[in-house]
Design a protein around this ligand. Sequence first.
Ligand SMILES: [Zn+2]
Length: 330
Amino acid sequence: MLRGFDGFAGNTRVLSALRRAAAPGSRFLRHAYLLYGTAGTGKKTLAAVLAAALVCTGEGERPCGQCPACKKSFGSLGHPDVLTFRTPEGKTQFPVELVRKAREEAYIRPTEGERKVIVFENAERMNAASANALLKVLEEPPPSVVFILTCDNLGALPETIPSRCVPLELHEPAPRRAEQWLLSAYPDAPPDKLDRAMLCGGGNIGRAVRYLEDEKAAAVFADALSLLQAMAGGREFDLLAVLARYEGDRDGLQQLLSAADRLAGDTARAAFLPADRIPAALAARISPARAEALHRLILDIRGRMQFNVSGSLLLAYLAGQMKGIMERPV
Ligand SMILES: [Zn+2]
């Protein structure tokens, strides 16, 4: 996890606003912040850094990383005055009881310092009832409390919530900035691994990190790339060789299809994306119409996977259809 605002990529205006708000004795601090933006832009990480800054007792830039409060914030148990609420395992919405519990917590004095921070991750999962339970305290929290909400999809959030918060939008940083960030966060990673993670992430740092840390996901992505390259080059044998690796691995095949689908989608939109997002050779040989046909094929295969079709039959069908798409004049 990051230990300060410095390590965060891009989003300089949001960062400087939060830095200023968290400074000792700041006049700019507000009682509720809403961090929103696409998944993978670092909202939860930033919420944790901001929470640490708000309970930090250091004199200079906060979080200082040195004071006893920071040691707790960045330690394994966390700081007792930072409470994070997320939807329970297996649930897609915030139960209203959980929001009531958070509300009760807001009225209990902080145990250590002067301030208590209450974080709600994925606030868009609140339904009308849980949002209602939060409204009053969100509007006028006790003076010691700061709320931080994160949200992937502002449109899904009950509209009464954003008006009671300071909304701050996080963006995906420019590819070059994302690359610099990855290089500094993973100085020991081999360059080809970093390149691949950048490509897999498609400019999204969260996704790139997942590929760096998850060997299987990275290998599957590399296979999806080989699959599309084999298609682009009309190399049927290579295509079959990649698919053969997924014989008997339905989960892997699902992941392969989803990575291939995303690559095909990016290829179709290559003209509108930053130049380094997609290998140029792919964009040159897989036309938008072919990418669209591939997308429909993948939907079709996913549909068939729900029935108990044998894996080898499915792979043979997929290979045949992919070959057909490549041979069709477009
Ligand atoms: Zn500190």
